[in-house]
Design a protein around this ligand. Sequence first.
Ligand code: PGA
Length: 252
Amino acid sequence: MRRPILAANWKMNKSAGEAQAFAEKLLPAIADASSLDVVIAPPFTALDRLGRALGGSAVELAAQNVNAEPAGAHTGEISVSMLLEFGCRYGIVGHSERRAIYGETNGQVAAKAKALQAAGIRPIVCVGETLEERDGAETLSVVGRQLDESLVGVAGKELVIAYEPVWAIGTGRVATPDIAQQVHAFVRERLGTLYGEVADSIRIQYGGSVKPDNAAELMAQSDIDGALVGGASLESDSFAQLVSIVARAVQA
Ligand code: PGA
């Protein structure tokens, strides 16, 4: 059985002080978090304070991005070893905002995922189609290509995939559980082609307008192993609710 993983993607939100205050409110509210992995990806500038505030708890830190090079002339970038220093256990790569706004390619995503794995940090590789691609019935071909090209040289062990339809991110327009399950099943099948039996142990998160009122239905789908949450992860109350919804889904 796959252990569910709920991850908060704070994007460019929260100062270090706000991150600390969030942790202080969250921790007492998530006593029942032992059946899942809970992860928070704050801005780089809040990793230190948030890590200290979470110290000793089971909540783990993630990076929202990383540079694949070990060091050098890359103004504005952060390396894997810098993330390790702050105790990051996960790294989000290939988020659709990075792909769309910063032109990140599948090749770059693969290089980042490999660099993370080499340091023992688990990559969360994001894939997902735009509305235009969905309307053009290209969802599976787009997602399939993203997987094939973003996972070149990436090991299946400890890999996490996030399926995030771009049209559902930050729009309030969540994929129906059926639509999400259909793509998740396709993703798992493709992972089977790439990794064989290991595919059964790879966790696939759904992302895109996940909220406390739609999470249970999504989590009930057989190939949905958790969620990557933006907006609803910014308030400790709604994130704590999501933790218990995912925990209950595991027990169901
Ligand atoms: P959202 O963002 O939950 O605000 O839609 C999800 C994401 O971008 O990871």
